[in-house]
Design a protein around this ligand. Structure first.
Ligand SMILES: NC(=O)c1ccc[n+]([C@@H]2O[C@H](COP(=O)([O-])OP(=O)(O)OC[C@H]3O[C@@H](n4cnc5c(N)ncnc54)[C@H](O)[C@@H]3O)[C@@H](O)[C@H]2O)c1
Length: 368
């Protein structure tokens, strides 16, 4: 039997635990702090995990408690005002009060939307995240960022709302489509590049095991990722400094998602694989890092059969379009673009780009 691992996000009175293990939904109630203090619990989940829902409602949840269920469609399109309205109306229609709890069981898309809704209904009610994709288990469920997208850019509308706890059950991953599983690996790889060269070494040996859902390897990678993320978030909850490091690859990646209209052409993690590669190449272009970093990155992903170039995804984006979309990123300050780049694996650097022409020259050359 695999042991449940506990990890804590330290944020003073808003601190919360992360539970990582297998089959945790069977004992979901036991992981919910102050369970019996809640007047009502609303479980919002994704239509893609209906089998999990059935088990939950028929078997795992105590039958003598007031549970309600909301199921939303899947896809990045639900990170919109339209679905925020639909969801908040559904929640209010159920009839909640300030002692109600929302549990979100889903991927990063649902997690971002539900967390935003939970932060604004009745000016905020408690939330628990039960991430059901690899990406959500290693990244989006931890840290308290909520968001919907705008025509102007990705995640431009949102709040900060920390959950009461995060319950990560690796068995949920077994129904994930391969493409979604691989997409989640992007954020795991990101942590190694921004923080931990040894972890990259471990990934070189074990990534295949993660992608074939070996429980021990998944739990190790999820724990490592959550610990890196929560350490950073604990130091800089509202992203005034080092939390920006978590955006490695995202300035380029978000532009790709925005240009492709948040469609199924490219998943978030896939955009981040490309975004990290461009960030590494841009670091080399600016003479911040050695060509070897790009070689290691490419070799690792080639070994896994993971694509990291625009061409591989059938995308053709002009440098002008790229720059236009990058300018709407949240990392732009006083009109200057901010980038998270890399010196070596494990050693990131944040820079303001004084001369945007450098980016034009780089992209013009890189995208031809
Ligand atoms: N808030 C944050 O800090 C943060 C961090 C990183 C990414 N994100 C956001 O996360 C989103 C991407 O998340 P994602 O990759 O989880 O995508 P997703 O939520 O769209 O999930 C991918 C697909 O898997 C399906 N799915 C979910 N769980 C499943 C399961 N257990 N079995 C089978 N199918 C399942 C979903 O329906 C969807 O079709 C992006 O919108 C990104 O911006 C947020």
């Amino acid at each position: 039997m695999t042991k449940t691992v506990n990890y804590k996000v330290s944020l003073g009175k808003d601190s919360y635990p992360i539970f990582i293990g297998k089959n945790l939904l069977k004992s979901l109630k036991n992981h919910i702090p102050n369970f019996y203090n809640y007047s009502k619990i609303i479980i919002v989940s994704d239509s893609a995990i209906s089998s999990v829902n059935e088990l939950l409602f028929k078997k795992y949840l105590p039958q003598n408690f007031n549970f309600k269920k909301i199921i939303l469609p899947s896809g990045e399109k639900i990170k919109s005002f339209k679905y925020l309205e639909i969801l908040t109306e559904k929640i209010l229609n159920i009839g909640i009060d300030r002692t109600s709890l929302i549990i979100c069981i889903g991927g990063g898309v649902l997690g971002d939307l539900v967390a935003l809704a939970s932060s604004i209904v009745l000016r905020g009610i408690d939330l628990i995240q039960v991430p059901s994709t690899l990406l959500a288990q290693v990244d989006s469920s931890v840290g308290g960022k909520t968001a919907i997208n705008s025509g102007y850019g990705k995640n431009l509308i949102g709040t900060f709302k920390q959950p009461k706890c995060v319950i990560i059950s690796t068995d949920l991953l077994k129904t994930l489509k391969k493409r979604d599983l691989v997409s989640g690996y992007a954020e795991i790889l990101k942590y190694s590049f921004i923080k931990d060269k040894l972890f990259f070494g471990w990934l070189e040996k074990n990534a295949k095991k993660i992608l074939s859902l070996n429980t021990e390897s998944c739990i190790y990678a999820i724990k490592k990722s959550c610990s890196i993320k929560s350490d950073i978030v604990s130091k800089d909850e509202k992203e005034n400094g080092i939390r920006e490091l978590l955006n490695f690859g995202h300035t380029f990646g978000h532009a790709i998602e925005s240009i492709t209209g948040y469609s199924n052409k490219i998943k978030h993690g896939e955009a981040i694989f490309i975004g990290m590669y461009l960030a590494i190449k841009f670091s080399i272009f600016l003479k911040l890092c050695d060509e070897k970093v790009a070689i290691n990155y490419a070799r690792h992903l080639n070994c896994l059969g993971i694509h990291f170039k625009l061409d591989d995804y059938g995308l053709n984006i002009s440098y002008k379009e790229f720059i236009k979309h990058m300018k709407f990123d949240k990392k732009v300050k006083n009109g200057k673009m901010k980038f998270v780049l890399i010196k070596k694996i494990g050693v990131p650097v944040r820079i303001f780009l004084e001369d945007v022409r450098l980016l034009s020259i780089f992209l013009k050359n890189e995208l031809k």
